[in-house]
Design a protein. Structure first.
Length: 369
């Protein structure tokens, strides 16, 4: 609005000075003519008027005298207005750049002033890129600090347990061989947990750094899920759980990296066993929906609080009720699963209520033509 108002004022100023200068020029022309008759009295005024009337005509004479004058002054004042506007706008650009240099985030107003307007647009675009870059750098620094804090916390817990039990063994603070074997077994289990955490960190770092590449092949997802459920048979038995698969008669063929996709469903199975042991069953469902294969991993354990659902796939995020428990995972498994699924062009989501918790994976079929 302010730019339009300035443009209107500039136009009115140009029109005003053009009219004023033209009238002054015509007045000077009349004065010059009168001086001409005064110094050359042999040429009478009446004879000149008669000649103009006969050879040119009075309206045309006015046009021939006034229009060129009007055009010349119009052009002059237009160029003068443009130069003044460019000079003011250039000063505004310089002032804006100095403010940016001093740390201001205010954008430079863009006006239609030829290349200067384009320069202002480029400066604003550069400022936006700088802001984005600084914001990304700030987030990267924050992420790095969070990573260090979370990794330190997650590594400290199993290391403290391992060193504690090994210290008891080293100091012979056990009653008999049964208690010794118990200490050794606990240290071994914590070392496995520590190993899994390091592997998760390594894999997640590779995913974030775009170092992990897919090796796709044509697979039957239903068959892969049957294999994974059989692999978890002993864990299901230890937790008094049973896995039920509900798959269609036709194959669920997709183009995907088998090993990477296996990791996704292993994470989902592990979570279903760890947090769904209060229920008896883990149900696996699969079907085709348009150009996608949809699978669900369902457990009937304790519900995930609604406030936790949006953050469930964030790295190092764990539902608070499991954070202090011995069964708490690394908090990276679901983040790894999300990255792998998205690497395949799919999506993963979670839903939970008092009856069941469902993890839904949607993967494109990528039908070959």
């Amino acid at each position: 609005m302010a730019i339009k108002l300035k443009a209107s004022l500039r136009f009115l100023a140009w029109l005003f000075w053009t009219v004023v200068a033209s009238l002054i020029s015509l007045l000077l022309l009349v004065v010059t003519a009168r001086l001409f008759y005064f110094f050359l009295p042999t040429i009478s005024f009446n004879s000149f008027i008669y000649w103009v009337n006969v050879n040119i005509g009075f309206p045309l004479a006015y046009y021939l005298a006034g229009v060129p004058i009007m055009l010349l002054f119009s052009l002059y004042f237009y160029r003068r207005s443009v130069r003044r506007h460019e000079h003011k706008y250039l000063d505004q650009l310089i002032e804006g750049v100095h403010k940016i240099e001093q740390g201001s985030n205010a954008k430079i107003p863009v006006e239609n002033v030829g290349q200067l307007g384009q320069l202002a647009t480029d400066i604003n675009r550069m400022l936006d890129r700088m802001r984005t870059s600084m914001e990304e750098e700030r987030k990267a620094e924050q992420t790095k600090n969070e990573l260090i804090t979370n990794v330190s916390h997650d590594l400290r817990t199993p290391l403290t347990t391992i060193t504690g039990y090994l210290g008891l063994i080293d100091q012979d603070r056990y009653r008999d061989e049964v208690e010794l074997r118990y200490y050794i077994n606990m240290a071994y289990e914590e070392s496995l947990r520590l190993k899994q955490l390091v592997q998760d960190l390594f894999e997640y770092t590779r995913l974030q750094g775009k170092e992990m590449k897919l090796i796709p092949s044509r697979i039957n997802l239903a068959e892969l899920l049957h294999q994974i459920s059989a692999h978890f048979g002993w864990q299901l038995q230890e937790n008094n759980m049973e896995c039920r698969l509900f798959m269609p008669a036709h194959p669920l063929n997709i183009l995907a990296d088998t090993d990477k996709l296996r990791r996704v469903y292993e994470n989902l199975f592990t979570n279903a066993i760890r947090y769904g042991s209060a229920g008896r069953f883990i149900d696996i469902r699969g079907w085709i929906d348009g150009d996608e294969v949809v699978t669900e991993v369902i457990n009937y354990g304790e519900a995930i609080p609604e406030a936790d659902l949006p953050h469930l796939f964030n790295r190092f995020y764990r539902v608070e009720k499991s954070r202090a428990g011995h069964t708490g995972g690394s908090g990276i498994g679901l983040a790894i699963a999300k990255n792998i699924v998205e690497l395949h062009g799919g999506s993963i989501s979670a839903d939970s209520d008092v009856y069941r918790t469902v993890f839904t994976v949607r993967l494109p079929m990528n039908r070959e033509k």
